[in-house]
Design a binder for this molecule. Structure first.
Ligand code: ATP
Ligand code: MG
Length: 214
């Protein structure tokens, strides 16, 4: 592929990346929410979008199937960022990674007592790192979604999950007790493409950086 391929996930990342792409003169010719197409042409004949699962964006860019992509810090930390260049924090899809517990569980006391906690999360690497740094012993349980259910069903004492408004936690009688890290999405670039397609990529990166900095 001679042109440029950009990997995006549907939903908030797609929506929030649109204005940034527009600044680079790139407008999708179809809406991925209504179209079933996974390859979407754009207003620029040399640029196409590929629609991927959020967790798959780094994989596409790493292997060079996409030259550019957008991925959350959560995804990048879980996946690892080998072969990926991350030039710009786009400051979109912002949220916070938090430890949450069921109301009534005395987390602080359990930690002080040196209890071994069962923690369920989609983000086991981030969670492992967080608790290791605090010297808290945990058994991690990998989940792929609906983390809020785990403490309610007796699967885990706590969860590590993304929180934005907190309304999902609240609806399930959970309380956020610890801030793990702030999350936003970054532009990711295939390292080889950055060299081989520099002429085409640089103006796009510059245009995006200019709107992000505003
Ligand atoms: P799916 O929802 O399809 O299971 P996903 O959760 O990985 O997959 P999105 O919900 O589109 O996909 O989230 C994409 C990225 O947006 C996440 O990787 C994260 O960085 C960020 N994000 C997730 N949840 C929120 C949120 N509630 N508010 C803001 N940003 C979020
Ligand atoms: Mg989601």
């Amino acid at each position: 592929m001679n042109g440029i391929t950009i990997a995006l996930s549907k939903g908030r990342i797609f929506e929030e990346t649109l204005p940034l792409l527009a600044a680079a003169g790139i407008e999708p010719l179809e809406d991925p929410e209504t179209s079933r197409k996974l390859i979407i042409p754009t207003s620029r004949a040399d640029v196409r979008l590929v629609i991927v699962r959020a967790t798959d964006a780094p994989t596409y860019v790493q292997y060079g199937a996409a030259d550019l992509g957008v991925a959350g810090k959560d995804v990048l930390l879980e996946h690892g960022s080998e072969g990926l260049y991350q030039p710009i924090d786009l400051r979109i899809a912002k949220c916070r990674m938090m430890v949450a517990i069921p109301a009534g569980f005395d987390y602080g006391n359990a930690v002080r007592q040196g209890a071994r906690l069962k923690v369920a999360s989609k983000y086991v690497n981030i969670a492992r790192q967080h608790f290791a740094a605090k010297g808290v012993h945990v058994d991690l349980i990998k989940l792929y979604g609906s983390m809020e259910l785990a403490p309610l069903a007796g699967l885990a004492d706590a969860i590590v999950d993304l929180v934005s408004t907190g309304s999902t936690l609240k609806a399930n009688n959970l309380i956020a007790v610890e801030h793990v890290m702030d999350i936003s999405s970054s532009l990711i670039v295939n390292q080889a493409a950055l060299k081989l397609k520099r002429e085409a990529l640089e103006p796009i990166l510059d245009a995006i950086a200019a709107v992000v900095d505003r």
